[in-house]
Design a protein around this ligand. Structure first.
Ligand SMILES: *Cc1c(COP(=O)(O)O)cnc(C)c1O
Length: 462
C-alpha cells in the first residue's frame, strides 16, 4: 500500500514512512492511495471475535508491506494488554436503539489510548529495526498528550515533547502529563490556547532544518496510523449490533475530526454506516461548515469539554480531499485561504460531505443537563464530551437504525464538570488513585516558535 498527500505534492511513502513522518512535506496529510474494501462475508465474520483479532483483520491490508504478519499480531497484543476491560471497547445500551461505545478503558482513560498505544508499539518495532531515534512532538488539548506520554515513556529510541495550553486542561489531564518520571518525557505548558500549540507543531514540521536536525516525528491525530487504529472499533461495535445485515449510525464528539474520519474510512471499507454525526460544543466551526456557512475560524472559547475546544480541525482536510474528488491542488488552495481566515466549500463538495455527515452543536447548559439526565434515566455517569455526543445523537436518532454514541473519556477525567452537573464525584479507577500525590515536572514556555525549538534542541538525549 502506498500513501499519498492530500495536497498532491509530496513523495509517495510506505505505511512505515508515513507513520514515522506524520505531516507530509507539502503541508498535507497522508492517506492510503486506495482504501481497501472488505466483502460483506468478511465483515460478518468479525462479529464476536476478540478485539485484537478484529484489529488485525481490519488493519492488515494497510500495513502489510511494512510489518510481518506475526510481528503485527504481537504489536496489537502488546498495545491493548494494559486496558482495564477484556472487551477493550464494550457497548452499553442507554435507551431504545441508543448505545454507548465505551472507549475509556485504556491507561489514560480516553479513546486516544486506542491509537496511541498501538503507535507506541509500531514506532518501537520500526525504529529498532532501522537503528534510529526520533523526537516526537505533539500538541494537545488534554487527552492526546497524556496518551502519547503513556505510550512512549521509557522507550529508548524516542524523546517525547508535549505542548499543552497552560491553564486550559483539567487537573487530571495535566497530572497525567507531568507526573511520569521517565527522562524521555517532556511536558511543556505553553502560554496560549490549543490552536497556538497545534500551530507551533505545524510550524516545526515546516522548518525543515529543525525537522531534520532533531529527526522530528509527529503523533498528533494527523498521523494516519492513529486514524487507522480508530477504524477498528467502528467495525467491532457495528458487527456486535448486527452489521453488515443491518445499518448502524454513529455520533462522535468531535474536535480535530480524527475519530469521526475513522468512521468515514470504515464506511468506505464496506461497513454499512448510515449516518456519521459530528457533535461539537460551542466551538462549532465544523457544525457551521456542515450547515453550509463555510469554514471560517472563530476564537476558541474554553468549555467544560476542553478536548473539543478547537477551531481548526486538522483532519477535516482529509474529508475535504475526498469531497473534492481527490483533487490535491483544490485542497492546497483551500488551506491557503484558511491561513487568512477561512473558505467557502463548493456546492459539489458540500453535497459529498452531506451524503455522509450530519452535525449538531451543544451549549454548556445542555451538556450539564445531559450528564444529569443520563445518570437519572440510564444510570450512567458520563464525561462532558460524551454528553455532547449523547445530546446530538438524541436529536438525530432514527427509529429503525441503532445509534452508537462514542463515549470518548471516563468521567473521572473531568470531575469538576461532572460533579457540577450530577452532584456525584466520579472516582478514579483504582490503578491511578495516587495520581494527586505524585510530584509534577513541567516547563512553562512562551508561545514562541524559537523558544520552543530551542528548548527541544537542548533537551533531547544524545
Ligand atoms: C480528542 C478528544 C475528542 C475529539 O476527538 P477528535 O478525534 O479530535 O475529533 C473528544 N473527546 C475526548 C475526550 C477527546 O480526548
Amino acid at each position: 500500500m502506498k500513501y499519498i498527500s492530500t495536497r498532491g505534492q509530496a513523495p509517495e511513502l510506505t505505511f512505515e514512512e508515513a507513520m514515522l513522518t506524520g505531516l507530509a512535506r507539502d503541508g498535507g496529510l497522508y492517506l492510503p492511495a486506495e482504501i481497501p474494501v472488505m466483502s460483506q462475508d468478511e465483515i460478518a465474520a468479525l462479529a464476536g471475535l476478540p478485539y485484537e483479532e478484529i484489529a488485525f483483520r481490519v488493519m492488515w491490508p494497510y500495513v502489510s508491506g511494512s510489518f510481518a504478519e506475526d510481528e503485527f499480531k504481537q504489536i496489537i497484543a502488546r498495545a491493548y494488554e494494559g486496558f482495564g476491560h477484556d472487551a477493550r471497547a464494550p457497548l452499553k445500551q442507554l435507551n431504545e436503539n441508543h448505545f454507548l461505545l465505551e472507549l475509556f478503558h485504556g491507561p489514560t482513560l480516553a479513546f486516544k489510548d486506542f491509537a496511541m498505544q498501538l503507535i507506541g508499539q509500531l514506532f518501537q518495532v520500526a525504529l529498532k529495526r532501522r537503528g534510529e531515534r526520533v523526537t516526537i512532538v505533539g500538541a494537545t488539548s488534554g487527552d492526546t498528550g497524556s496518551a502519547a506520554i503513556e505510550a512512549f515513556r521509557g522507550l529508548d529510541a524516542v524523546d517525547v515533547f508535549i505542548l499543552f495550553p497552560h491553564g486550559r486542561v483539567s487537573e487530571v489531564q495535566r497530572r497525567q502529563m507531568t507526573t511520569p518520571a521517565d527522562s524521555n518525557v517532556h511536558a511543556l505548558a505553553v502560554d496560549g490556547d490549543f490552536d497556538d500549540c497545534q500551530a507551533a507543531v505545524k510550524d516545526m514540521f515546516n522548518d525543515f532544518d529543525f525537522r531534520d536536525g532533531v529527526k522530528l516525528a509527529g503523533v498528533n491525530s494527523i498521523n494516519f496510523a492513529r486514524v487507522l487504529a480508530q477504524v477498528v472499533y467502528y467495525f467491532s461495535a457495528a458487527t456486535n449490533l448486527g452489521a453488515p445485515h443491518r445499518k448502524v449510525s454513529f455520533t462522535v464528539p468531535t474536535g480535530n475530526f480524527g475519530d469521526i474520519f475513522a468512521g468515514y474510512i470504515a464506511k468506505r471499507m464496506g461497513l454499512p454506516i448510515d449516518r456519521l454525526v459530528v457533535a461539537t460544543n460551542q466551538n462549532d466551526i465544523l457544525h457551521r461548515c456542515l450547515s453550509g456557512e463555510g469554514y471560517f475560524k472563530g476564537d476558541t472559547i474554553p468549555s467544560i469539554s476542553p478536548s473539543m475546544d478547537i477551531q481548526v480541525s486538522s483532519n477535516f482536510e482529509r474529508a475535504l480531499y475526498y469531497a473534492y474528488g481527490e483533487d490535491g491542488a483544490a485542497v492546497a488552495q483551500l488551506m491557503d485561504e484558511l491561513k487568512t481566515g477561512g473558505f467557502n466549500v463548493s456546492q459539489g463538495a458540500m453535497e459529498a460531505l452531506r451524503e455522509n455527515f450530519d452535525s449538531g452543536r451543544v451549549s454548556e447548559d445542555e451538556t450539564l443537563a445531559t450528564i444529569e439526565h443520563t445518570l437519572a434515566h440510564s444510570a450512567e455517569l458520563v464525561c462532558p464530551h460524551t454528553a455532547v455526543g449523547i445530546k446530538v445523537a438524541e436529536d438525530h436518532r432514527a427509529t429503525d437504525v441503532p445509534m452508537i454514541t462514542l463515549a470518548t473519556a471516563h468521567p473521572a477525567k473531568f470531575p469538576a464538570a461532572v460533579e457540577k452537573a450530577s452532584d456525584v464525584h466520579p472516582p478514579l479507577p483504582s490503578r491511578m488513585s495516587d495520581l494527586y500525590e505524585r510530584p509534577e515536572r513541567v516547563t512553562r514556555i512562551a508561545n514562541d516558535l524559537g523558544a520552543i525549538e530551542d528548548h527541544i534542541k537542548r533537551h533531547i538525549a544524545e
